[in-house]
Design a protein around this ligand. Sequence first.
Ligand SMILES: [Ca+2]
Ligand SMILES: [Zn+2]
Length: 460
Amino acid sequence: MRSFTEFILSEAEGFRMTGQKLSAPSNYWNMCAHLEIIRKSSALSRKGRLFFLSKYAQHRLSVNIFARRLRMLGILCYLLVLLPASGRAIQEVRVLLYHANENLGFTEQGFHQHMDFLVQNAYHTISIGEFLAWYDQGTALPERPIMITLDDNYIGVYTTVYPILQARGMCGVNFAHSSYVGVEPGGSPPTGSDHCDWDELQEMENAGVLATESHTRTHRNLASLNTVDAWWEIYGSKQDIESSMTAKQCYAIAYPYGSYDADVLTLVESAGYLLGFATISGPNTRATPRYELRRINLTSQEGLETLKQVIDYVPPDTVTIDNRDDGFTTGGVWNASTAVAGYYGPDYFYCAAGTGSTTATWSFTVAHEGWYDLSARWTAQTNRASNSPMTIVTPTVQDSIRVDQRTNGGQWNLLGHYYLFQGDRVNVTVSDDADGYVIADAIRCMPVAATRVRDWELYK
Ligand SMILES: [Ca+2]
Ligand SMILES: [Zn+2]
């Protein structure tokens, strides 16, 4: 495939100038919209295993089954009552995982840079308590919520991470293997592989900067242990942390090596944990299983581009309009559905193929002049239209493209790249003049770096 530059060079003739405004020939953007993004999927293998629970565990289990039923009832009520009325997109929380050890790619400078980026871009670190209130009760989170976690309780958590977070008013979670708290294999002076001691953990806890939670006792692979050993690791570390720290409740566990199976999850619930963190990449919603929460493993050496990617960074001026938001209007009959996964917000609308009289329009006013990428989402299936017509209309842009809604569901697909002026009213419309079901889910208009303008001017 040709590079963007080669494409511009060969296709520059095709660019249309309208006053000061430039838009690309639709075939380029159609090509972009059809680019396949390989999605990684994690398959979790689970193995069956017989085990016996202690009396305490059995009691916890029956209590928890009741609690789980109550929770399911709660979720049902949420779905039935709140969801259809809600105009807000479902919030997501991404959890980052670092290891504060130079031997594992940790650098003070890199961590500094990552945290500065988060603060400067209005991300808000949340605590385990805030996560739980959101997950269990739907309590609102701050804008751009994010959770910082550190595994293995390396001394760098105390010497480096703690002051960096504290200076920025941020917080995080320190997952400690409780048998190794205070263990210093490097002797004196401390080395990167030494571990924080209980006094240091208590100090960070009291400061409200880093809460210590469980990473088992001795960091063994939980899925490979028999029940007695797994219980000793899971329940024992919770006991260690709660008895060694003042007025401490340990609510969360992170699985060593990200390893767990169905039996491990049962033990974790029985031990009284409320949250379990894996190392499966991706965002958490309130529907993510509470003992299989996603975490994104990265090192602070990785640059800001990687960070932006894993946190799905969107610049502040980005406008996102869901089919349930203000700014979305319809003509003709549309039906709501959640049947196919990958939709944005609470649901999507669909209509059958027709003659173009059934339409859905997303409208917004541009806040700042500049270049924007305009994208749309849909849910893909074979019964969809391969040629859903979309028009993009502003006072000076008039673009018509067709998108294939049989593929590329559940992701933002580029419709076009436009120069927009402050105060411009933008209307994006999809109609039923197509060869299958047409989907109206959400659109996004995201500012992009001005470098592309300069690139283009080189070749004009
Ligand atoms: Ca939607
Ligand atoms: Zn670990």
